[in-house]
Design a protein around this ligand. Sequence first.
Ligand SMILES: Nc1ncnc2c1ncn2[C@@H]1O[C@H](COP(=O)(O)OP(=O)(O)OP(=O)(O)O)[C@@H](O)[C@H]1O
Length: 288
Amino acid sequence: MRPDLCLQNAGRRYGLRGPWVLRGVDLTVAPGRLVRVEGANGSGKSTLLRLLAGIDAPSEGRITGRPRTAYVPERFPPALPFTASGYLTHLGTVHGLSRRAAARAAGEWLERLGAAAYAETPMARLSKGSSQKVAVAQALLAEPELLVLDEAWTGLDTDARAELERAVAERTVAGGSVVFVDHDPRRLAGLPDATYAVRDGSLVRRASREPSPSGPQVTVEAQGPPDGRLPEAAHRTATSAEETAPGRYRLTVPAPHSDVLLRTLLTAHPPWHVVSVSQREDTSGSLR
Ligand SMILES: Nc1ncnc2c1ncn2[C@@H]1O[C@H](COP(=O)(O)OP(=O)(O)OP(=O)(O)O)[C@@H](O)[C@H]1O
């Protein structure tokens, strides 16, 4: 089992005598966890995410249990001497994939994010939105154990935003951890296992009461095998799970995560029987 990623008494300042941006930060990110980080502008969220991603080292304290990590930075280098697919294939090989597997993963992610038409476009000529899709694809293609997302939804179109939400669910169901910052408080609302605020250089854990998920919800009725327990991964994906009869569950999940939940149930050993799937529109408006 992969160890937890731990920040112990971590601090970061820029320059030898710069003011401390973060100090005394203790944070544990266990496998399979989804963690949200909030904070005012300039409070140090990106600084924290760069420490978690291993892009920067703490000025004091330490970090242990580093998993295979991928990161979508707040600002993605736009003008690189590659085509989108050439860049992703190159990065895939850096992440340890064979060239062939890297090219395949690059093509799949560009397709999923709706950017297949730009695969052969030089990075420097991509629009901001397409460039952001490449930024997201580079982080997802090697199935990282830790995914760090700094405002990764910004600039994506509606379909690509939903696809990234789905990818987050896939990572956590597969036992990966995801840490994210997003300016929209409704992003993945109700799903994080923990939410922290960066305030005055410290990390404060927010009360566990999360806002309820917004956007369309899907209800799945599923019947398990005799004495079967709901798979752990299904528990992680669903926002509510009610046992309505022995071995029978009513599960609620945000619509973008429903196919991940269904796949989890149908591929469990032994597989679960999906009795019904129904979608309920949410009145609070769709997620932007
Ligand atoms: N490379 C750097 N060199 C010097 N100072 C920096 C550097 N990066 C960040 N800072 C400073 O550290 C503080 C925290 O910045 P950071 O970008 O981590 O905050 P943030 O919460 O992510 O902000 P925002 O919400 O505006 O993106 C700011 O005062 C910023 O000016």
